[in-house]
Structures are given as structure tokens and as C-alpha cells.
Design a protein around this ligand. Structure first.
Ligand SMILES: Cc1cc2nc3c(=O)[nH]c(=O)nc-3n(C[C@H](O)[C@H](O)[C@H](O)COP(=O)(O)OP(=O)(O)OC[C@H]3O[C@@H](n4cnc5c(N)ncnc54)[C@H](O)[C@@H]3O)c2cc1C
Length: 392
């Protein structure tokens, strides 16, 4: 399919592809095995100006919006779905500042993220508040010009390695969903530490840790938006970031498809390449069709979000349903395609010597984080029914 990329989009794709092939591919196994954070690759991405592709130019970014983010993420994830997360999860942690930050907050935090000097992370999930984020227990109690944060966040990507954190806490527990607020925290603040690091099935080059707040004092200047607007900020963030997860899934699936086609053309059984068997051909055909369908959904929603951001508030269209659709579809496709890729590799596909084993492990997370597949379906159905009920 030709998506008629403009010159800048094509340039971003080419640069990301070069880094993926030349810098990431040779080390992906090592990072997966050792579970270490890929700082040398982050440096490469920073030098190539890819860390701020989605950040507006006035804050030091490349200004290419969510489309820029998904194109770069897809290319990197074709080779490794975990290493690319240093960038993609930073985008997730940065979006609340883009969505709700005031000018001073944007000027203070965005340039260092855009340059790759600092990474970011997004702290929403808690041990007893996953899909139901509103049941979070972390509190932020006002004390003069400060808020005092107490609680624990779990499963936070980039935690410990990032410098900037957007964290959600209850400022008014009696108001339920309307009592949640969002704060910017910095690594090193008193009362802010990190807990256990998860030992994961896939995306092992990405760090996943707890955030622990023990009477952590945060100045009111670090409140994002208004008190009580946290859940709206989280929703707007996820609407923008789910296409990013979808592009991670898309990249992993596209990478696995490529490996499967290459292998099928060279593996000989019964005196002929296995690509000549119709059973294999049909698998490849299904894989390719689903990857392309996922790509169309991802690009379309990314372009819609970017177009929306140029519009006046009254002219904006909602994209929650479409973002959820892209994430749901692409992540389920990633699982299906990587599983088929392992099948096409036969027993070799089950061994770490070949990349599809890792791709299958990496793909699974895309059906889980930023809302599981079941939660995406809830979101899609809710919006669909509302559209019919209200006629818009
Ligand atoms: C590697 C990794 C990285 C992560 N990174 C981050 C991060 O950076 N920041 C962050 O805030 N969080 C992060 N998360 C957390 C992630 O978003 C949550 O794990 C996810 O939202 C699911 O929450 P849970 O694990 O508590 O599952 P639960 O909510 O307990 O869900 C368990 C099962 O019940 C189903 N279920 C729950 N509610 C419903 C419902 N209403 N209808 C139908 N089915 C339902 C789910 O689909 C799932 O199958 C990360 C998680 C992992 C594993």
C-alpha cells in the first residue's frame, strides 16, 4: 500500500529504519537476555532527533505529532518491540503535559524530553487499581502551597530510568472519578523512590518498576490542569497514546511477517521451499492482509488526532473509539501474526536463535497495557452506543 508520505515523514521512517537495522538489530538479543536498559540506543535516537518527533517545534521537538510517533515506533518495533519503548513510553508520560500543561510547565519540561536528555513515565496503575483506575488509593493532600503524596504505583514503564513523571492521585477521594488530579514529579524528589523491578515475559529491555510516594511534597505549580481533572487528562492522554501502542504492535507484526516470508522461501522440505505449500501461503496471505488492515487503522487515527489538534475546540471530533479500535485490532493481529510466524519456522521458531520467538513474547504486552483488549471493547461499545443515542 502507498500511504503517500511527505518528505519529512519519509525521512523519519528512513532514519528510524537505519537505527533499527544498524544499531538495534545487533544488540536486541543481548538486551532481552540481560534485561538492561538500552541507554546507548536512546543516545542514538536523541542524536537523530527522533526523541521529540511528536513534540511541537516551539518546545524543541520536530512537530510531527502522533503520526510522527507512530511511524518511528513502527520502524523501531519491526526489529525490537522492547527497546523502542524507551521512546514510546516517554511519549505516554509526556502527553499529559502536552494535553493539560500551562506554558511555564511546557517550557520547563518539554525541551529536555524533546532533545532526549530526559525520559518520561506515566504513573496511573496501582496494585489494586488496573483496569479500574478510578479505584486508585494514592492520595495528594493539600498543605499550603504543596500537595503531600502517599501511595504506590506499579508496572510503570521507564520507572527509575526516567527523570520526569506524570502521576495521578486522589485530591478529593469523596468525589470518586472527579477527585483525581495529575502532577508532574521529578526523580530525586524527597519521598519519591522506586520499588521492585518486574521480571517479564517480553519487552525485557524496557524497565517496569513501582513508584513509591512516602509523604512526597509536590509544589502546586506541578499540578497539571485543575484539581479534579486528572481522569479527563488520563483519557485524553490514552486517546493520543493508544495509536502509539498500536504502532508498536503493528511494527512487531510487520517484522514477524518479514521474517516468516524470508524463512518460508529458503526452508526446504519434501524437496521444495515450504513457501510453495498452499498451507503456508494461506497463512502468509492472512498475516499480510491483517498487518495492512492494522496499518490503515493506525495511520488513519493518527492523522485524525493531528488534524484535530489544529482545530478550534468546537470543531474537534472525538477519537476515543477509533484509538481504541486501532489498539485492539493491531495488538490482536500482532499476537496472531507472531504466533503464525513461529508456526512457519517450525521447531526453530521456538528457539531463541531465531527472532520470532522474542517477537511473540513482545507482542503479548500490546493486548494488555494502556487498557486490555476487553477494556478497548468496552470503550468502543460505549462510544458507539452513545453516538447512536445522541445522533453524533
Ligand atoms: C509491562 C507492563 C508495563 C506497563 N506500563 C504501565 C505504565 O507505564 N503506566 C501505567 O500506569 N500502567 C502500566 N501498566 C499497567 C497496565 O496498564 C495494566 O496492567 C492494565 O491496565 C491491566 O490492569 P491489571 O493488570 O490490574 O489487570 P486487571 O484490571 O486486574 O484485569 C484482569 C483481567 O480482567 C479483565 N477485566 C477487567 N475489567 C474488566 C471489565 N470491565 N470488562 C471486561 N474485562 C475486564 C481484563 O481485561 C483482564 O483480562 C503496565 C503493565 C505491564 C505489564
Amino acid at each position: 500500500m502507498n500511504y503517500f508520505f511527505n518528505e519529512e515523514e519519509q525521512m523519519m521512517i528512513d532514519v528510524a529504519r537505519k537505527i533499527a537495522q544498524e544499531k538495534i538489530k545487533p544488540v536486541r538479543e543481548k538486551y532481552d537476555e540481560e534485561e538492561t536498559f538500552p541507554w546507548d540506543i536512546v543516545k542514538e535516537l536523541a542524536q537523530a532527533d527522533l526523541c521529540g518527533v511528536y513534540i511541537p517545534e516551539e518546545y524543541g521537538g520536530f512537530g510531527k505529532g502522533i503520526m510522527g510517533l507512530v511511524l518511528v515506533t513502527e520502524e523501531l518495533c519491526k526489529v525490537d518491540g522492547g527497546i523502542a519503548l524507551a521512546l514510546a513510553a516517554t511519549a505516554l508520560g509526556t502527553l499529559p503535559i502536552l494535553v493539560a500543561g500551562n506554558e511555564a510547565q511546557k517550557q520547563k519540561y518539554l525541551p529536555d524530553i524533546a532533545s532526549g536528555k530526559k525520559l518520561a513515565a506515566f504513573g496511573l496503575t496501582e496494585p489494586s487499581a488496573g483496569s479500574d483506575a478510578t479505584s486508585m488509593k494514592t492520595t495528594a493532600v493539600k498543605d499550603g502551597d504543596y500537595y503531600i503524596l502517599n501511595g504506590t504505583k506499579c508496572f510503570i514503564t521507564n520507572a527509575g530510568d526516567a527523570e520526569t513523571y506524570t502521576v495521578f492521585a486522589k485530591t478529593n477521594p469523596s468525589r470518586g472519578a472527579r477527585g483525581i488530579s495529575c502532577f508532574i514529579l521529578e526523580k530525586g524528589m524527597e519521598g519519591f523512590t522506586f520499588g521492585k523491578k518486574e521480571n517479564k515475559m517480553g519487552i525485557r529491555a524496557s524497565s517496569t518498576r513501582e513508584l513509591i510516594f512516602n509523604n512526597c511534597r509536590v509544589h502546586k505549580d506541578n499540578l497539571l490542569g485543575k484539581e479534579g481533572h486528572g481522569l479527563m487528562i488520563a483519557q485524553a492522554t490514552l486517546d493520543g497514546s493508544r495509536p502509539g501502542v498500536a504502532s508498536q504492535a503493528l511494527g512487531i507484526a510487520a517484522g514477524a511477517l518479514e521474517e516468516a516470508v524470508k524463512y518460508a522461501r529458503t526452508r526446504v522440505q519434501f524437496g521444495q521451499p515450504i513457501s510453495s505449500f498452499q498451507g503456508i501461503q494461506h497463512m502468509l496471505a492472512d498475516m499480510a492482509t491483517k498487518v495492512e488492515a492494522a496499518r490503515s487503522l493506525v495511520y488513519n487515527v493518527a492523522r485524525t488526532i493531528d488534524e484535530n489538534n489544529k482545530r478550534e475546540e468546537k470543531d474537534k471530533v472525538r477519537t476515543s473509539k477509533e484509538s481504541a479500535m486501532a489498539k485492539l485490532f493491531a495488538s490482536e493481529v500482532a499476537m496472531e501474526v507472531t504466533t503464525h510466524a513461529v508456526q512457519i519456522f517450525g521447531g526453530y521458531g521456538y528457539c531463541k536463535e531465531y527472532p520470532v520467538e522474542k517477537m511473540m513474547r513482545d507482542a503479548k504486552i500490546t493486548t494488555l497495557y494502556e487498557g486490555t483488549s476487553q477494556i478497548q471493547k468496552n470503550e468502543i461499545a460505549l462510544n458507539l452506543i452513545k453516538e447512536y443515542a445522541t445522533g453524533k
